[in-house]
Each structure stands twice: as C-alpha cells, then as structure tokens.
Design a protein around this ligand. Structure first.
Ligand code: TMP
Length: 209
C-alpha cells in the first residue's frame, strides 16, 4: 500500500513557493500531521554542498550536462535520506522544487534532451513522482524583481529569455501530467493561494493523521 503523501511546489524564481511551503507545512502540523518540509537542490548535507556549487556565480564554465548530473545527484541523496524514509513512515513530505524544476530549467530552459533527463531523474527517485505538484505561475520579470536587491545567483543571472522558456516549460509539463500538476496564479495574494492549495490537498493530508 502506498504510504505517506508527497507534494512538490514548483515555479519560476520568485513565484512564492517558499512562502506557500511554510504555510502549508504550518497548517498541516497544527492539525497533528507529521510533516517534513525540504527543498531542492539541498535538504541533505551532501545536497547542500552540491547546491553551493550549482548556485555559485563564479562557476561560469558549468555546462548543461554537468548541471543535470549535479541536480540529479542531490536529488538521489535527498530521496534516499529524506523522501523514501519519510513516505515509508506515513508522513506528509513537502518539497520546495523537485524533478519538474529540472525538466523546466535544464530541458526547456537549457535545451537538454527531455527523455534522457527524465529517465536519469526517474532513476534518482526510483520512479516515485509526487502525488501532487503545484506550479505557481508568474511572469519571469516580476518573479526576478520580487527576489529583491540581493546578489543574483548563477541561475537568476541567466537572461530573461531563459526564464521565459522555464515558465513555458512548467506550463507544458502541466499539460503533460494533468493528473498530478495543478497550475496556480502566483500573483494572487498569499492567503488566497494558501486556501486554494489547502482545498486541493487538505482532505488527502487529513487522512495521514
Ligand atoms: P531556489 O532558489 O528555489 O532554492 O532554487 C535554486 C535555483 O536552482 C533556482 O533558480 C532553480 C534552479 N534549479 C534548477 O535549475 N534545476 C533544478 O532541478 C532545481 C531543483 C533547481
């Protein structure tokens, strides 16, 4: 029997995933649901080290294939250390970005081969896709502006045309996986978004109590 419940939050940079992740985790925990909130790239000691490499602007020489393998490596470790045990224990597993980010950024943004990247990543997660994925959709210019004045990381520094392909990529993925992916308007007020997300998954999560 399938145990636990697995949700990923996706979308372009600055779309509000992290805020919604915290809100959803807080709501679930307040109801007594065992909740694990994690993120990609990262979420493990090794994955956090890989994250530093991936986001370091000084690594201008990084080629798309290296990126694909580094994201997949961090993902394999997260799956092994956090996701698989969390789901096996019947927990609510909530991940800020997951496999769809690789498909949107590396395939649609970076023009890598779809089926190769999908297969490599399905391998990293033993085929365990999220039960539900929310894409917070936002036009890339507003997303990057929302990120504020801090120094842009290696991904944020890519041209707007790259970020536009990423956004389109998420929308194409939603058409490809309509059962799993729900697209939401990332420009809605956070309260409204949180309510929509809860109305979609609250009943499933309550079963975990
Ligand atoms: P974050 O800012 O949401 O933590 O994500 C870090 C950056 O990494 C973000 O710009 C998106 C990018 N990214 C990819 O390009 N591919 C991936 O598979 C993941 C998980 C993130």
């Amino acid at each position: 029997m399938k145990k636990g419940y697995f949700i990923s939050l996706e979308g372009p940079d600055g779309a509000g995933k992290t805020t919604q992740g915290l809100r959803l985790a807080t709501t679930a925990r307040a109801l007594g649901i065992e909740t694990i909130l994690t993120r990609e790239p990262g979420g493990t000691r090794l994955g956090d080290a890989v994250r530093e490499i991936l986001l370091e602007p000084a690594f201008r020489e990084m080629v798309p294939l290296t990126e694909v393998f580094l994201y997949a490596a961090a993902r394999a470790q997260l799956y092994h250390e956090v996701i698989a045990p969390g789901l096996a224990a019947g927990n609510f597993l909530l991940c800020d970005r997951f496999i769809d980010s690789t498909l949107a950024y590396q395939v649609y943004g970076g023009r890598m081969d779809f089926s190769f990247v999908l297969q490599a990543n399905l391998r990293a997660i033993y085929g365990r896709l999220p039960d539900k994925t929310f894409v917070l959709d936002l036009d890339p210019a507003s997303g990057l502006a929302r990120r504020g004045a801090g120094a842009a990381d290696r991904v944020e520094q890519k041209p707007l045309s790259f970020h536009s392909r990423v956004r389109e990529g998420f929308l194409l993925l939603a058409r490809q996986f309509p059962e799993r992916i729900v697209v939401l308007d990332g420009s809605l007020p956070p309260d409204e978004l949180a309510a929509i997300i809860w109305s979609n998954v609250g009943p499933e999560l309550e079963k975990l109590r």
